[in-house]
Design a protein around this ligand. Structure first.
Ligand SMILES: Nc1nc2c(c(=O)[nH]1)N[C@H]1C(S)=C(S)[C@@H](COP(=O)(O)OP(=O)(O)OC[C@H]3O[C@@H](n4cnc5c(N)ncnc54)[C@H](O)[C@@H]3O)O[C@H]1N2
Ligand code: MOO
Length: 404
């Protein structure tokens, strides 16, 4: 087993091994935020017919129309109707926004530029041929690829499918993720704290982060620091694609998680990432299941979830759109403790003078969950950097899911 590796190597090891989950066909209305499992082509032209973008009059324009132009109104075409009456020269159809252009007409003039009396209309400002016509297939042609496999189905994507009449979509099933918090000091909420105990927050934070990432989450009740109890708990998540544990990841006598995983039958891929917070991460694989043992420290667990687990979940979920990556920020706060290891600091983006400034959370300790509230940047301080100064430029990642 490799020990103390760089984040990029860890990602490569796991991403190389993990496959996307199976696919299923579901109704469009259930497909919000699911991941498309195949390229989807349009079965129709959009719009399906040439239409008017205005309320006004459709007529047959020439390049030499007199001004004003007097026409006889021979039909009326509200949206949702279809008129077969051919418009000859000297004639007009009263037409409404979204209605089909009648045969023979080649333009629309807006209502405000006309005057009508009984069945006559005067076009005060005649328009040139082809004015104000939305052509058939102008937005989408039959056979066009609308979205590609791996696309995350946001509301506009679902709307686009609805616009071309799609009622079923082939998507990846939701990844199933088990969450297990270990630690003999942990108690669940809803009971008074006993001496030496703390409430389990990691299961709650992770459950929400996983729900947001589109996973089906199974939270297992708290487990003690005993290998036997941990093995018993791991049996309960046989259906999960990924299991995330927190606690018992480090070097203490009670830090049993990587031993428990090995005893459970996992091939251990590595232990420890060369970064802070969250150094003592290990990852194991048993068949198709991947086990992430994260630090019990709440902020460390969240940070390593973002850096390591989320990209893996994206691949598992079938997503193919690239991650946002890092961008430069200017430091609005200093940080004295940057040392030998690469470190990710938590902070908030502040827009000032056309630049993004990173304002650090007041406390950066691995155990300080409150530092995550309001933070949505992870500022990447390289190894051996020394103190971080105000005004210095560093790279950062935007964690959209943490925005408040
Ligand atoms: N001698 C050494 N000690 C430690 C080292 C080391 O290298 N040598 N590494 C430190 C670092 S860095 C970290 S990070 C932690 C990792 O500890 P574990 O993953 O073994 O986690 P625990 O000891 O179980 O817990 C750490 C901390 O977090 C609290 N905790 C645990 N689970 C939860 C939960 N579900 N909800 C809320 N809080 C939780 C726990 O009570 C501890 O206070 O090890 C250092 N030690
Ligand atoms: O790796 Mo640990 O720095 O305390 O989270």
């Amino acid at each position: 087993m490799k020990i103390m590796i760089e984040l990029e190597e860890a990602l490569e090891i796991v991403l190389d091994r993990i496959q996307s989950v199976e696919t299923e066909c579901i109704s469009l209305a259930d497909a919000y935020y699911r991941v498309l499992a195949q390229d989807v082509a349009s079965q129709i032209d959009m719009p399906p017919f040439a239409r008017s973008p205005l309320d006004g009059y459709a007529y047959r324009a020439t390049d030499a129309d007199p001004r004003p132009l007097r026409l006889k109104v021979v039909s009326e075409i509200p949206a949702g109707t279809f008129s077969e009456r051919v418009i000859d020269s000297g004639e007009a159809a009263k037409i409404f926004t979204g209605a089909p252009i009648p045969p023979g007409a080649n333009c629309v003039v807006r209502m405000e530029d006309t005057e009508s009396v009984s069945d006559k209309v005067t076009i005060l400002c005649p328009v040139s041929p082809d004015s104000n016509i939305v052509h058939k297939g102008e937005e989408i042609r039959e056979g066009d690829i609308l979205l590609k496999q791996g696309f995350h189905l946001t509301p506009p994507a679902i709307g686009l499918f609805a616009a071309v009449g799609l009622d079923q979509v082939n998507v990846y099933r939701r990844p199933r993720v088990g969450v297990l918090s270990t630690g003999s000091e942990l108690m669940d909420v809803g009971q008074p704290l006993n001496p030496g105990k703390i409430y389990n927050s990691n299961s709650y934070t992770l459950r929400g982060m996983l729900m947001e990432a589109g996973c089906d989450v199974q939270v297992i009740p708290i487990v003690s620091d005993q290998i036997e109890d941990t093995l018993e708990a791991l049996e309960k998540v046989a259906e999960a694609d990924v299991i995330i544990t927190t606690g018992g990841a480090s070097v203490g006598d009670y830090d049993i998680m990587r031993h428990a995983l090995a005893e459970f039958g996992c091939e251990m891929l590595f232990w420890k990432l060369n970064l802070k917070p969250g150094t003592p991460v290990s990852v194991g694989q048993k068949g198709k299941q991947f086990f992430f043992s994260l630090s019990g420290n709440p902020a460390a667990a969240m940070v390593t979830f973002e850096l390591l687990v989320r990209p893996v979940l994206r691949k598992l979920a079938g997503r193919s759109t690239p991650e946002e990556g890092e961008f430069p920020v200017k430091m609005a706060s200093s940080f004295g403790k940057a040392g030998k290891q690469r470190r990710f600091l938590r902070g908030q983006a502040v827009f000032k003078d056309g630049e993004i400034w990173a304002d650090l959370a007041l406390a950066q300790g691995s155990g300080i969950l409150r530092s995550m509230i309001g933070s949505h940047l992870l500022i990447d301080v390289p190894a051996n950097h020394g103190p971080v100064e105000v005004g210095e430029r560093l790279m950062a990642r935007w964690i959209a899911e943490w925005e408040s």
